[in-house]
Design a protein around this ligand. Structure first.
Ligand code: ADP
Ligand code: MG
Ligand code: MG
Length: 479
């Protein structure tokens, strides 16, 4: 990756001999596995076995100024997204071109239109937002937003335990004076409490919280720990897990549009599935998605919150004058604008043509993104050029957005992966800030920031998915 120069200071001194390193790594692996920093193996899948989730041995330095800035920004972003979600004209305009160019977006949008036309059954909706940032090395290491996720944002559970693991590591390294530099993290309890708040608003003591899940599930600990936290906070709430197929087979709407599955009334439907085309192999899964949306169950997220998380909306937001349409306070507009990179649409007009030309001239300065979630879909460098030339005259061009590339500083850390020796690696860290929004129509009921996560990837890799094994969970060390 070009243009990387800056290096972040090392947070804590690493063990300076092999033996001490080995002892520390073994302790941390055991700590991790025994506290839920774990997942199921993709290679040797078994429901009876979890292995460590990839993690970084010691915390990564993050400027406290930048960390506090994005923590404070979270509720402003959520207010903004709440307003966008309630602006049908804006959503319609964002989706005008991509519903034709991208089948998945088109089908989601169709669900939205259908429920808007027949009247939204449940006005209360919940969003668990994770807004992701990288430091921009050329700009004083300021955080710039990579994207935000409004559906299935993962690792809220594991991140809380990563904070505890890093406190343990500092103790083992004899750096207890540095514990104050590890910020508290309420990512797990924040999400569990948010789901309970939504459940309470449904006003039926016997109704359940339903997690909508894939089959098989690799990131099981991250999901189960939320369920267990809910039960810890309120043991009376029933939590069930169902796939779209099970909901299709066993779910139905009563006359009052209550969603009932296997004799459970669903108060809250929390999506950990349904964010990618591969989650909908047949029309049965789509029918289940629609069934849930038409019900009075409170969804996290409902279809409007899902739609506004797509990359196209993120691009439209960066256009001049758009923030002003939704936020009135200049201070808030400025704070949001400050974290934006330029993002360009590729419409068949002079703006789109100019963006295509910029990408062809300097592909290394951009990332080309389709309307997808979950990592691994973006296009970089010379591949941008090849694809642009291929799709330049087809409607497929409309399904992408072109984003200015962020060039982050690097740091050094030991990446701990299951089954392999720790290697000291040059890393790039992406931070995510979580938050909970619960709205009742136009009214905001809950709007709070709820913890953080960091994941770090090898500096030479373009993208790093933790589940894909290219990145590892980390913890911020504020300096
Ligand atoms: P997804 O929804 O699939 O996670 P992202 O927009 O987060 O899509 O992109 C995936 C990864 O690509 C990010 O985690 C980051 O590592 C990298 N990436 C995305 N946008 C940029 C950018 N503008 N500059 C540098 N890297 C980026
Ligand atoms: Mg995403
Ligand atoms: Mg992402």
């Amino acid at each position: 990756m070009s243009k990387i120069s800056g290096e972040l200071p090392t947070a804590v001194p690493l063990p300076d001999n092999e033996k001490d390193l080995k002892v520390l790594v073994n302790k941390c692996k055991d700590w991790a596995i025994m506290h839920g920093i774990s997942m199921r193996s993709k290679v040797n899948f078994s429901e009876d076995i979890v292995q460590i989730a990839p993690f970084i041995l010691t915390p990564t330095s993050i400027p406290s100024r930048e960390f506090n800035k994005v923590v404070e920004l979270q509720t402003i972003l959520q207010e903004l997204l709440h307003k966008i979600a309630n602006d049908r004209e804006f959503i319609k305009a964002c989706y005008r071109d991509i519903i034709e160019a991208d089948e998945f977006s088109g089908r989601l949008y169709k669900i939205y239109e259908q429920v808007e036309e027949e009247g939204v059954a449940q006005k209360i909706a919940m969003m668990h937002l994770r807004s992701d940032y990288l430091m921009q090395n050329t700009m004083n290491n300021n955080f710039k937003q990579v994207e935000f996720n409004t559906i299935s944002a993962s690792f809220a559970s594991l991140s809380t335990f990563m904070t505890d693991l890093n406190k343990y590591v500092l103790g083992e390294l004899g750096c207890t004076d540095k514990l104050k530099n590890i910020p508290n993290n309420r990512s797990l309890v924040g999400l569990a409490q948010g789901l309970i708040d939504a459940w309470r608003l449904y006003k039926d003591q016997n109704a359940c919280i339903m997690f909508i899940v894939e089959n098989p599930v690799h990131n099981i600990s991250d999901q189960r720990l939320i369920e267990f936290e809910i039960k810890k906070l309120n043991p009376t709430i029933r939590v069930i897990r169902r796939t779209f197929l099970e909901i299709h087979t066993n779910g139905s709407l009563k006359d009052n549009r209550e969603l009932v599955i296997d004799n459970c009334v669903i108060a809250v439907a929390y999506f950990r599935d349904g964010y990618a085309p591969s989650n909908f192999p047949t029309d049965k899964e789509w029918d289940a998605r629609l069934l849930i949306e038409r019900s009075v169950a409170i969804k996290c997220p409902d279809i409007k919150f899902h739609l506004i998380g797509q990359k196209k909306v993120q691009q439209e937001l960066t256009k001049s004058g758009v923030l002003e349409r939704f936020l009135t306070e200049t201070k808030k507009i400025k704070a949001v604008r400050e974290v934006f990179m330029n993002i360009y649409g590729l419409e068949f007009d002079e703006h789109g043509d100019r963006a295509v030309q910029m990408a062809l001239d300097n592909p290394e300065n951009f990332v080309l993104k389709p309307q997808r979630e979950g990592g691994g879909y973006n296009i970089y460098g010379s591949d941008i050029k090849d694809l642009m030339l291929k799709i330049n005259n087809s409607k497929e061009r409309l399904s992408y957005i072109l984003m200015e590339r962020i060039f982050p500083p690097v740091s050094k850390g030991y990446m701990i992966l299951p089954g392999s020796q720790p290697v000291l690696t040059e890393l790039i860290s992406e931070i995510g800030i979580y938050g909970i929004l619960i709205s009742d129509g136009q009214k905001i009921v809950v709007n709070e920031q709820a913890g953080h996560m960091i994941r770090s990837k090898v500096s030479t890799s373009n993208e790093g998915g933790v589940i894909a094994g290219a990145a590892a969970l980390d913890c911020p060390y504020l300096f």
